[in-house]
Design a protein around this ligand. Sequence first.
Ligand code: ZN
Ligand code: FE
Length: 245
Amino acid sequence: MPSPLEIVRVPVLSDNYSWLVHDPDSGTTMVIDPGEAQPVLDAAASRGWTISEIWNTHWHPDHVGGNAAIVAATGARVTAPEAERAKIGAIDAGVSDGESVSLGGHRAAVMTVPGHTQGHVAFHFADDSAIFTGDTLFAMGCGRLFEGTPADMFGNMQRYARLPAETRVYCGHEYTQSNGRYALVAEPDNQAIKARMARVDAARAAGEATIPTTIGEELATNPFLRATSAEELGERRAAKDSFRG
Ligand code: ZN
Ligand code: FE
């Protein structure tokens, strides 16, 4: 039985989260989406960890901006979507849907989840009940459709909805409060959203993070995961794009 992964939230830039993932058995450490380098290097150093792997979910600078400096400091190997190799630059391993990647003895399945960007991937550690969703599934939200369609994102949501409810969801931004304000409008009769927002507002007032969330909590409160068609998801995405709550 492998030891559980240790997962550490590292706030970077204005509202991004990078995630340090450490496998105590092999002593290896990986970072998902280092938007900047120094806070990530500091968080690893303070635990006595050396980063040997960088995994990117998509090419946006707030997710890859720290790659080069971390590689320079540690020699870390970069794993990122093959479809976004040209945009990300120095990739050691390009991955796509159905492949798997490992951190020590922990295996993650790669899911291509297009829409926010065309090659966007998520990393699902099934045995660890954890998934890193980048800018696709957020707490009570989903990513903006910069390079895809509502049908793309609806397909992603269908895949996420089938994961075990207890799966912890580690996403790329602290957008929960803003997402929740829209969720209250999208589903005014949903008591689970009201109850969750009370907890979210209290956490944010106390300066606390609201991530990770879980698939089960999102199934109850996320208007994009709960959309029943691509059309409904598209309507909700468009409404959220112009929502000023
Ligand atoms: Zn992005
Ligand atoms: Fe982002």
